[in-house]
Design a protein around this ligand. Structure first.
Ligand SMILES: [Fe+2]
Ligand SMILES: [Fe+2]
Length: 196
């Protein structure tokens, strides 16, 4: 299928540029697919969301290395660059008619349920459904990953954070489902990490 071929090719471009984001994207897309299944969606309905999760951070290939790979905290100007990645990603995907349906989901994956996200400050159900699912899996992976400036949270700590920010940062309906099916959606992804 040409569609999956195109997505694979774009993922390979991201791998060549930024291995960290490539691995992150794989984990987020695995969790997103499981979340869609637990939400009762049929495969033909979640395929685009799953594909969008694979390429949600593709816009990062347009961010300078000095910012993308900076180990320390970013200053305001550097943050303003990082915040361009959803728009850059949507622009890349919009160039292909086949990938166009993924663009809107990618554009809005950093919106917050309370309207405090970017780039558009969309609120609640104005945020595309797929973008709301990806936002949750994206945050889980950020919390479950070691960074230079902080250690990864444990699975239990991460679950508590999700519940705490449900209805503020995240769609409460999706959080409820993800927390309920944590053993299917989240734990398999980090099983080796937790054993270390
Ligand atoms: Fe992102
Ligand atoms: Fe991400």
């Amino acid at each position: 299928m040409i569609y999956h071929d195109l997505v694979d090719s774009i993922v390979a471009a991201l791998e060549a540029r930024d291995q960290y984001t490539a691995n992150h994207s794989r984990r987020v897309s695995d969790m997103t697919e499981q979340a869609c299944i637990c939400l009762g969606m049929a495969e033909e309905d979640y395929e685009n969301i799953h594909m969008a999760a694979h390429v949600h951070d593709i816009g990062k290939i347009g961010i300078p290395d000095a910012i993308l790979s900076k180990p320390d905290k970013l200053n305001d100007e550097e943050w303003s660059y990082i915040k361009m990645h959803p728009q850059i990603g949507a622009d890349i995907l919009s160039k292909s008619k086949t990938l166009q349906p993924l663009a809107e989901i990618v554009l809005h994956h950093h919106e917050r349920w309370d309207g405090g996200g970017y780039p558009s400050g969309l609120k609640k159900s104005d945020i595309p459904w797929g973008a709301r699912i990806i936002a949750i899996c994206d945050s889980i992976d950020a919390m479950m990953s070691n960074r230079v400036y902080r250690k990864a949270l444990t699975s239990e700590q991460c679950k508590r954070e999700m519940a705490k920010f449900s209805g503020k940062l995240y769609d409460p309906q999706i959080v409820q489902c993800v927390v309920e099916h944590w053993d299917k959606i989240v734990e398999p992804i980090y099983i080796n990490q937790q054993e270390l």
